[in-house]
Write a protein that binds this ligand. Structure first.
Ligand code: NAP
Length: 306
């Protein structure tokens, strides 16, 4: 076999990537984990996690990410800050093109996660001036203020509840009259006096001069339009896969999430996809770490059979 830089390269240091790194390091593979920003992924902006086993009181996303990173590094995982530019998966070795160099690996695990979807209602203009995707980062700026939160999934409902610790009022705008979020979150939101639901409504624009002053919403059943006066607008309407470097190197579904089988293998042998970036019916930390354990062991077997 041609010489290679690494047995395994992992792209992305969220819970999935870090877990794959823990398993690979314990298998004594020559493994490198590449992370574009800082280790942790989306859980870094998750205030409180209550559904990851082993933490009966819950744990902050930041603390859980830190614990995973420490565990991985203590086992010998090398983590490098580098953005993947593209992949060349046509040869025997997997080539990972970075900004300043290319590296090769026998196997590759893509754990690049997902990012919040935008709505095109003024995010560019008002980002940092009242529009946000991160309650953990920005909620303290809205003490005793009024906020519009958009979305009906787990993120929107969980984060809207968190916002009420600071804001005096949170309008939760959802395009249907039923939430997608898990029932326990729904119950808490319905019980929360500070949350007012704006059902069957979509945001159509943001008003303001220096910052957000109101959010225009349209009722999709009656077509009635109104402006909700607010100081901030948090958008949580789903996620998009982080796959800009992929360039069709592996197969994806119609939404761009990477197709993978029960061993987490993609359409290219020896290349695996785990966590939020793959086409999965459930996106949780628990499922991401499960994916990653399977992928790391699959990669080990793949390399062993080369
Ligand atoms: P999601 O589950 O896809 O929900 C997105 C929400 O935004 C839905 O309510 C959707 O409405 C709405 N939406 C989508 N496009 C819209 C548009 N153009 N205009 C207005 N509304 C729009 O996304 P998510 O809440 O970010 O969650 C992502 C994944 O992470 C999920 O698998 C979720 O379970 C997981 N997660 C779990 C937890 C937890 O366990 N505590 C916390 C956060 C996230 P419809 O309902 O009408 O489609």
């Amino acid at each position: 076999m041609t010489t290679t830089d690494h047995d395994l390269v992992i792209i992305g240091a969220g819970p999935a990537g870090l877990t794959a790194g823990i398993y690979a390091a314990r298998a004594r593979m020559n493994v490198l984990l590449l992370e574009k920003v800082v280790p942790g992924g989306q859980i870094l902006v998750t205030d409180w996690i209550e559904n990851y086993p082993g933490f009966p009181e819950g744990i902050s996303g930041f603390d859980l990410a830190e614990k995973m990173k420490i565990q991985a590094e203590e086992l010998g995982l090398k983590i490098e800050t580098a953005e993947v530019h593209s992949l060349n998966l046509s040869g025997e070795l997997k080539e990972i093109v970075l900004k300043d160099r290319s590296i090769t690996a026998k196997s590759l695990i893509i754990a690049s996660g997902a990012s919040p979807r935008t709505l095109g209602i003024g995010e560019d203009k008002f980002m940092g001036k009242g529009i946000s995707f991160c309650a953990t980062c920005d909620a303290p700026f809205f003490k005793d203020k009024t906020i519009v939160a958009i979305g009906g999934g787990d993120t929107a409902v969980q984060e809207a509840i968190y916002l009420t610790k600071f804001a005096k009022k949170v309008y939760l705008v959802h395009r249907r009259d039923e939430l997608r979020a898990t029932k326990i979150l729904q119950e808490r939101a319905f019980e929360n006096d500070k949350i007012e639901f704006v059902w069957d409504s979509i945001p159509t624009g943001v008003e303001g001069f220096f910052g957000v002053e109101g959010v225009k919403v349209k009722n999709v059943k009656t077509n009635e339009e109104k402006t909700i006066k607010a100081d901030g607008c948090f958008i949580w309407v789903g996620i998009l896969p982080n796959t800009s470097f992929l360039n069709d190197a592996v197969e994806t579904d119609e939404f761009g999430f990477i197709r993978s089988d029960a061993k987490m293998q993609t359409s290219v042998p020896g290349v695996y996809a785990v966590g939020d970036v793959r086409d999965t019916p459930l996106r949780q930390i628990a499922t991401a770490v499960g994916d990653a354990a399977i992928a790391a062991v699959s990669a080990e077997h793949f390399i062993g059979n080369l």
